[in-house]
Design a protein around this ligand. Structure first.
Ligand code: TNX
Length: 517
């Protein structure tokens, strides 16, 4: 029999083999209001059933009695009982399903949110009517940081698109949305301190496509929507490279394009002061050491810190091939300290680990391969030596912008692409960087760069189903640590999610590697 379609795989799943819980519109939901509303909405979408919700004190008197009993209320109706009891590790939950009812208990609101998503994944109609198999799940995340990144700089993605991606990611138990807000093509966040940055660049995008920018109100709305899905926004202003767009507003802040350092293609030739529509990288640099640059860096991160409730600010540091090595080390060290002085934890791509003066506790984001190349492992270890931890984004496994197969119309291939679903699955976070073990890893993040990605349909086409593999690397026990944490199981489990994804409007490609149901 095929395994339950649970992705990411919970830490412990016991199917009792007993009579399933039959889900019909006589089942009553009691307990936490937010969780009940979420379940109501997802069950309606998946099954068409409208579950009644008993609100304590307002509806039937039996609600709280039923909640404590958790099996059946006075009228003999089955109860789905959802509550935070504060027990266990952050984000953890327990889910018990019997023929007589469903009971979810969680450490916190996030845990209960995840319990509801697990429950919804488990709904099926194998028996001819909607049901949940009798089971017991005890679940908690492996890593505290489980991220998806969206590049909103190469192509602009409006708040509604970001909201849809947040909903998709949160349902897979991701809890971080990293927004890559700036790049050579555009600066997308309008700042009060520096309004010209977005005003002069944000109508640009790769290939001359439509641009756009976020007002601070848009940004706050994105942060609030993410928070309501238990996701923290990590904003990134990428520097000192990837800064051609800065020069459109402030020519004094940037060096002339370093054409010799230009990599990737099609790499239209960048021209100082003109919008860049190509997808080459590595040619741009801030003018390091200039007082105007220091003032700029201080102001933009101070405003970003004030707008951002989460603990992290990402300052980039990748692919600064146009910046001399000593200037680069000086810049990333000082920028990490400036961010720490704002009360935030700095994050940088792993190249910043070439510097020795980073603020203690700076987090590194590793984007080399599953088998590290070109000194990346040593740079990554710098962060750990400095008291920080690592976010793992090995490009040949979790870069969602890699083509999924050679025939795919969207995506890039530079990271050993195409990247199959199996390759996206078959890697182990604690085995990537020698000397970096479980305790040194903050989490896993799956970036989606958008050189070829214009809208939500494109996002779905590249992110799915591989985003499920990244979710499992971030949440589930290590490969082989529990039964079911295998590629063979994963492909069946994720295949079983096809009907749920379809009802949710996710336009996932029907990858030939997956036995879709
Ligand atoms: C490398 S990975 C980049 C991005 C590109 C991406 C495309 C990293 C930190 N930088 O500038 O968009 O490859 O896959």
């Amino acid at each position: 029999m095929s395994p339950l379609p649970l992705v990411p795989l919970p830490a412990s799943v016991l199917e009792s083999g007993g009579t399933p819980f039959r889900l019909d519109d006589r089942a009553v939901v009691v307990g936490d209001e937010d969780a009940a509303a979420l379940l109501h909405r997802l069950v309606a979408t998946r099954t068409g059933l409208r579950l009644p919700h008993l609100r304590p004190g307002r509806d039937a008197a039996g609600a709280s009695a039923a909640a404590s009993d958790a099996d059946a209320d006075a009228g003999g109706r089955a109860v789905i009982d959802l509550a935070v009891d504060g027990a266990g590790r952050p984000e953890s939950y327990r889910l018990t399903v019997t023929a007589r009812g469903v009971r979810a208990r969680a450490a916190d609101a996030a845990g209960l949110f995840y319990a509801v998503h697990t429950l919804v994944q488990a709904i099926d109609r194998r028996s001819g009517s909607w049901a949940v198999p009798a089971l017991e799940i005890d679940d908690a995340p492996r890593f505290p940081y489980r991220g998806v990144m969206l590049d909103v700089a190469r192509h602009f993605h409006d708040p509604a698109t970001i909201a849809a991606y947040v909903e998709r990611a949160a349902a897979l138990k991701f809890n971080v949305l990293h927004l890559h807000l700036t790049d050579d093509q555009a600066w997308r966040l309008a700042l009060d301190s520096r309004p010209e940055l977005a005003a002069r660049s944000a109508d640009n995008a790769v290939g001359g496509d439509a641009g756009g920018s976020y007002s601070s109100a848009d940004y706050r709305g994105i942060v609030a929507h993410a928070a309501s899905h238990h996701m923290t926004v990590v904003p990134e202003f990428d520097m000192p490279g990837h800064t051609h767009a800065v020069g459109l507003a402030y020519p004094d802040l940037v060096e002339p394009p370093a054409l010799a350092a230009l990599q990737g293609g099609p790499a239209d030739t960048p021209v100082a002061g003109e919008p860049y529509r190509g997808i080459g990288v590595g040619f741009s640099s801030l003018r390091i050491g200039a007082a105007v640059t220091d003032a700029f860096v201080a102001e933009v991160f101070a405003e970003l810190a004030a707008l951002t409730p989460g603990p992290y600010l990402h300052f980039g540091g990748d692919e600064a091939h146009g910046t001399p090595a000593d200037a680069f080390a000086d810049f990333v060290s000082r920028t990490s300290r400036a961010i720490a002085d704002l009360g935030k934890t700095p994050i940088a791509w792993h190249e910043a680990g070439a510097a020795t003066g980073l603020a203690p506790g700076t987090i590194g984001q590793y984007w080399s391969f599953v088998v590290p190349v070109e000194g990346a492992a040593e740079k990554a270890r710098t962060f750990v030596r400095g008291g920080g931890r690592l976010i793992l984004s090995p490009a040949d496994a979790v870069y969602l912008d890699m083509k999924p197969d050679a025939a795919a119309s969207l995506g890039l291939t530079w990271a050993n692409g195409p990247t199959s679903v199996e390759r996206a699955y078959a890697w182990e976070p604690a085995a990537v960087v020698p000397g970096v073990g479980e305790a040194d890893i903050l989490g896993v993040e799956a970036p989606l760069w958008t050189e070829t990605v214009r809208d939500l349909a494109d996002i779905d086409a590249l992110a799915f189903p591989r985003i499920g593999a990244a979710a499992e690397a971030a949440w589930s026990p290590a490969t082989g640590a529990v039964a079911g944490r295998t590629w063979e199981s994963f492909r069946e489990r994720i295949g079983g999610l096809g009907p749920l994804w379809t009802t949710l409007g996710i336009r996932f490609p029907a990858s030939a590697e997956i036995p879709w149901s």
